[in-house]
Design a protein around this ligand. Structure first.
Ligand SMILES: [Mn+2]
Length: 522
């Protein structure tokens, strides 16, 4: 018997009954019909089977089975699907042949068609095998109909990385499924993480969501992609928990991952592949937005990403180097000024504050250039609004902050909880940046800005203050003031410490003592 190949089915077949065969990749029971996604090696195709509303059709057929289908091709929104007339498992003697056929076709399809970067970069070249490995894992997940979960840091760089990778995935999915809209919601999800690492709470959500989907719809173990996070010891507990459940995990990050030995760090023991410039002897200057933009080209060469995204991520993440210069140049050639990108980037940060844990896929896609008209309108409207908001922050700070003279520098004390509007943007971190910038420009000595709250200290330090390090103070506090629950870190000159409420005055006192020591070493 001749079977039509999925990749040849088109709108010309609407109304026809076709004989097909395929491997059942996904089954989803809706309140109406049972939806099944099949793969025949040439592509994926969605079928709808219906007995009664909410009743599972063909209960004898499970995910992973090879089946014959007779189906009428119907139109649904802007795509086509098969309405199942009959479906039965393949005869035993046909299974091996067909299995091999699917396997061969798919094996060719999972390899990246592009393995060249869009800019000249030693850093990127040193990671090329890692890009190929991760792109191959992602393409295979798409072809296999494995659910993909993309976890990312909830700031401009994290969003930039996630959105570029997302477009690579969804546009490759379109090619594999012939433009099936349902597959893009069924098999792919993106979720921002508020903490600067894969927080345990997020991992618990991800695990329980997937397990429910597994029981209800037979979902396979997800591929988890973590970007702009994922490289550090703080990510370990979550990663290990997902690994216990056999999830695949890949990381695309540029944060300092701890001690590197033989191009490996601690998390590498538990993940399947890892892009991070530190692993090949470089630093954080090639940021996640750039890595995502390049990875997307390996996932799906013809993706719709624009080069303004890595340029914007670089500006907002304050990176430096020839990579940033090349992206910014290319973005300028498309008409994006640095000022426009800085404002747009800040708007991404602002949106991420209000979006919190939502995916907001369509809105974010527009903001990242899917709808340029809307992007420009938002930059105009919210750019003005941001100026007003920062003016208000400035007025509060000028009235309430206390300035202490430490000799070679001043300490600016700001109460983060009493000095910001709860729930509004800019929140404590961004407000601290702004206050730090204003007083740094105005005062006659360098400054240390110290924003305190009931259970935290957020610190910013001028370049003019020497022999000082926030991570050093944090390790000291963690060890010597263990009873305060102090922990934290960040960069040398920008970071924060958390502690229990009891410990507040002890930690603040210790930090001021540390600053007095630092003052002597100027
Ligand atoms: Mn980043």
């Amino acid at each position: 018997m001749e079977f039509r190949q999925f990749e040849t089915i088109s709108t010309k077949d609407i109304g026809k009954t076709l004989d097909l065969r395929g491997k059942v990749e996904t089954i989803k029971q809706t309140a109406g019909p049972t939806l099944m996604i099949l793969n025949d090696g040439t592509g994926n195709f969605t079928f709808k089977a219906f007995i009664k509303p909410g009743v599972r059709a063909f209960p004898e057929i499970e995910a992973g089975d090879l089946v014959y289908v007779s189906a009428v091709i119907n139109e649904r929104k802007d795509t086509i699907e098969g309405e199942v007339k009959s479906m039965k498992k393949l005869a035993l003697e046909d299974i091996e042949d067909f299995q091999n056929h699917i396997h061969e076709k798919n094996a060719a399809k999972v390899l990246p068609t592009n393995t060249e970067f869009s800019i000249k970069s030693k850093v990127l070249e040193s990671q090329k095998d890692r890009f190929i490995k991760i792109a191959t894992i992602i393409r295979k997940a798409v072809v296999d109909g494995r659910p993909i979960l993309l976890r990312h840091n909830a700031d401009c760089d994290g969003y930039s990385s996630a959105v570029t990778i997302e477009r690579g995935i969804l546009e490759f999915m379109d090619e594999v499924t012939g433009g099936d809209v349902m597959a893009k919601y069924q098999n792919y999800r993106r979720a921002p993480s508020k903490a600067p690492f894969y927080e345990y709470e997020d991992a618990v959500k991800d695990l329980t969501t997937w397990l429910k989907d597994k029981v209800k719809n037979g979902a396979k173990e997800p591929l988890i992609i973590i970007t702009d996070n994922g490289s550090t010891e703080e990510d370990l507990l979550s990663i290990k928990q997902m690994k216990i459940y056999n999830c695949q995990i890949v990381v695309v990050d540029h944060h300092f991952p701890g001690k590197v030995e033989n191009n490996k760090v601690i998390v590498d023991e538990y993940i399947d592949a890892h892009i991070n410039p530190y692993l090949t002897g470089y630093d954080s200057n090639v940021c996640a937005g750039m890595l995502g933009f390049e990875l997307a080209r390996f996932i799906y060469e013809k993706n719709s990403n624009s080069v303004f995204i890595p340029a914007m991520a670089a500006i907002l993440d304050h990176t430096a180097g020839i990579e940033k210069e090349q992206y910014v140049e290319k973005a300028k050639a498309l008409g994006f000024t640095e000022e426009y990108l800085a404002t747009l980037g800040e708007i991404v940060d602002m949106q991420s504050h209000y979006i919190r844990f939502m995916e907001a896929r369509e809105f974010i896609n527009d903001l990242f250039g899917n709808n340029m008209l809307m992007q420009k309108e938002l930059v105009k409207m919210l750019g003005e609004d941001l100026k007003k908001r920062y003016k208000a922050t400035e007025a509060i700070a000028r009235h309430y902050v206390e300035k202490e003279d430490f000799g070679p520098f001043y300490v600016i004390n700001f109460d983060g909880e009493r000095g910001t509007n709860r729930g509004e943007y800019p929140a404590i971190g961004k407000s601290t940046n702004h206050i730090h910038k204003i007083f740094e420009q105005e005062l006659d000595k360098p400054i240390v800005t110290m924003t305190s709250g009931t259970t935290f200290l957020t610190i910013r330090i001028s370049d003019g203050v020497k022999n000082i390090s926030i991570p050093t103070f944090c390790s000291y506090a963690q060890k010597e003031l263990a009873y305060t629950g102090a922990e934290g870190g960040g960069h040398e000159r920008a970071g924060s410490v958390k502690f229990v409420e009891y410990g507040r005055s002890d930690v603040i006192k210790a930090f001021k003592d540390y600053l007095r020591d630092v003052a002597k070493k100027q």
